[in-house]
Every structure is written in structure tokens, then in C-alpha cells.
Design a protein around this ligand. Structure first.
Ligand SMILES: Cc1cc2nc3c(=O)[nH]c(=O)nc-3n(C[C@H](O)[C@H](O)[C@H](O)COP(=O)(O)O)c2cc1C
Length: 321
């Protein structure tokens, strides 16, 4: 490991370890980093694509955007002001250069502290509504990253969203390629994938929302899902690779803000991954914004962390000076 952006090698290791705590579909962690004395680059890892589930790499770019957001926080906490270029060349998703030295503010430190505490929580939440002030904070978090958080509170819209999630879920259950990827990334793996302890419960007929089935445990009798979770759709304003990277940063700011407020969340990407369902969801939301992630948010009980790969496995050959 070498230094970068004026940071010592061990500081760079910590910064990259923070980036790698970002969420990713099936916990594939599809990012790599290239270090140069004057830049840190975020690259996709093509060996970790989900070709059947995510053929256009949308989930992959969201994950890399989320890792980039963590990277920005970790650098800011070390007084490095990150100057970010998105898609600077054919290969890299982002390049970060030194934009000066400034101490981080309190809000940045709070978000950074939330990085290791944030987890996907697929277990039932408590039947406690998310207060209005918390909802506003989540909406503002998305806006800060040039994105839009649509709260699905309208009864008809909620009904449509539930149907679309179920439809996309059924379509993926019937897709052998998608199921093979789910199987491959579920259960005991080393450093990645979704372990049984993170999987939530097996689906049951009474479940209102079709969560992805990561082969979790049987639920204890009477342990049903909450009746009224806050359902939100994170949206971008256009739909190119750049917008997806931007949405990934927004996703992570929203999830970390939720964590600072004591909220839990899980991502439900089936209605985004299935193209025709995504189009219908877009129309349900009025057609002006592009849905990028559906989230279920509420007050949950603690869940264990999902594994991560060691930083050494994430490094590419160093860039030229
Ligand atoms: C783009 C994207 C899509 C995801 N889709 C789903 C999903 O459909 N269902 C689900 O339970 N989790 C989903 N997740 C959450 C990941 O499975 C989770 O981030 C990963 O397993 C790592 O666990 P952690 O979030 O607890 O760190 C998604 C995450 C991202 C970034």
C-alpha cells in the first residue's frame, strides 16, 4: 500500500476500508481502487457483475456510488477536501483529487460514525411510525446529492408499488439465471455474499412486501412484518451511468442519515432490476423522475454486520504519477 492525496499508507488503508463498507447488491462489493500520488480512482470490478440480475450494471454503479460517498466522508474526516470527477475516462467510475485541506464539520463526522453501524435490516421492524422530522431529513439527504426521494404515502401509489414489487419478484423467481446468482451469493462465503445471519426470515404468504429470499431462518410464531413501513423510492432526474453513480451517493447519504436517526432500512431492488416493471414504476411516480432504489425504512432491532473483503484484495496496479 502506498500513500495518496498527502495521506500516509495506513491512513489510505483506513479510508479504503471505510469505502468498502458500502452496500452492494448480493454484497458483491463490485469496486476496486487505483492509487496514485495525486489521486484515488474508483473502478468497477467486472468479475463481480451480476449479469442476469443486473445486466446493464445499474446496481453495480449504485454500489460504486455508495462506496464513493463513504470515501468522500473518510477523506473529509482527515481534512482532505475531495475534488471528485465522475467518469473521468473509459475505465474509472470516479477520480478524487486533493481540493485543499479543511477540517470536517460535525455533520460529516456523524455520518462517518454511522458507516460501520449501518446494516441492511431484513427483519421485521417495530410498529412505530417514522416521525415527520425524520422523513424530512431523509428527503434533504437525497437532495444534497442531486437526487429525489419520493415518499410513497399515497394509498393508491402504495398499492401499486406493492403490486409492482410482487410482480418483479415473481418474474425473478421464474428466471433461472437470476436464481443461480442468488444461490451463488447466498450463505457461507468468505468475505462477501449474504450470510444466513443477515438474511431475514423466509417469506410467508401473509407478507405484504415481497423481500428478496436470501434463504433466512424460519420466523418464530407470531413474528410478522410491520404493518406500515415507510416506503420510499430514490430517484434521479436522468438515467445515464453518471446519474446512477450520483444516485448511489444519494442512496448512501440517505441510508447513513437514517442510521444517525436510529432508523433501519433494507433495499428492495426487484422492481428496479426488471425493466418493464421499472418503466411502470416510473409512470406510477408521474414519469418525471427515474426510480433507482426502493427502500423500506422503520425502527428495527440490531442485526449483525455482513462480511467484507480485505482492502488488499481491492487494489489495482498503482496509477502513474
Ligand atoms: C443497488 C443495491 C441493490 C440491493 N438490492 C437488495 C435487494 O433487492 N434485497 C435486499 O435484501 N438487499 C438488497 N441490497 C442490500 C445488499 O444486499 C447489502 O447491501 C449487502 O448484502 C451488504 O450488507 P449490508 O448492507 O448490511 O452492509 C441492495 C444493495 C444495493 C446497493
Amino acid at each position: 500500500m502506498t500513500g495518496a492525496l498527502g495521506l500516509a499508507a495506513d491512513e489510505v488503508t483506513e479510508v479504503l476500508a471505510t469505502a468498502a463498507l458500502a452496500p452492494s447488491a448480493h454484497n458483491t462489493q463490485p469496486w476496486r481502487f487505483r492509487l496514485g500520488p495525486r489521486r484515488i480512482e474508483v473502478h468497477p470490478d467486472p468479475t463481480r457483475r451480476l449479469a442476469a440480475t443486473d445486466p446493464a450494471d445499474r446496481d453495480l454503479r449504485l454500489a460504486c456510488g455508495a462506496a464513493l460517498f463513504n470515501l468522500r466522508l473518510a477523506l473529509q474526516a482527515r481534512s482532505v477536501r475531495p475534488l471528485v470527477s465522475l467518469l473521468p475516462d473509459r475505465d474509472a467510475m470516479a477520480a478524487i483529487r486533493l481540493g485543499g485541506r479543511f477540517p470536517a464539520d460535525e455533520a460529516t463526522r456523524r455520518l462517518l460514525a454511522a458507516v460501520p453501524a449501518r446494516r441492511s435490516n431484513r427483519k421485521p421492524f417495530h410498529d412505530v411510525p417514522v416521525p415527520a422530522a425524520h422523513r424530512h431529513a431523509l428527503v434533504r439527504a437525497a437532495e444534497r446529492e442531486q437526487s429525489w426521494l419520493h415518499l410513497v404515502t399515497d394509498r393508491d401509489q402504495r398499492f401499486h408499488l406493492r403490486q409492482l414489487v410482487a410482480k418483479a419478484h415473481r418474474s425473478q423467481v421464474g428466471d433461472a439465471g437470476v436464481q443461480a446468482e442468488l444461490e451463488a451469493w447466498t450463505g457461507a462465503r468468505s468475505g462477501d455474499g449474504v450470510p444466513r445471519a443477515s438474511a431475514g426470515f423466509r417469506p410467508a404468504p401473509q407478507d405484504e412486501w415481497a423481500l428478496r429470499d436470501f434463504r433466512g431462518g424460519e420466523r418464530p410464531p407470531g413474528k410478522d412484518y410491520e404493518s406500515d413501513p415507510l416506503m420510499v423510492v430514490l430517484c434521479s432526474f436522468c438515467d445515464g451511468p453518471l446519474d446512477q453513480l450520483q444516485a448511489g451517493q444519494a442512496l448512501q447519504r440517505v441510508l447513513l442519515t437514517a442510521t444517525t436517526l436510529g432508523l433501519s432500512a433494507s433495499v428492495m431492488s426487484q422492481p428496479i432490476e426488471v425493466g418493464p416493471v421499472r418503466d411502470r414504476l416510473r409512470r406510477t411516480l408521474g414519469g418525471m423522475v427515474v426510480p433507482q432504489a426502493v427502500l423500506r425504512i422503520g425502527f428495527g432491532s440490531p442485526v449483525p454486520p455482513a462480511p467484507r473483503r480485505p482492502v488488499d484484495d481491492l487494489l489495482m496496479e498503482p496509477a502513474a504519477a
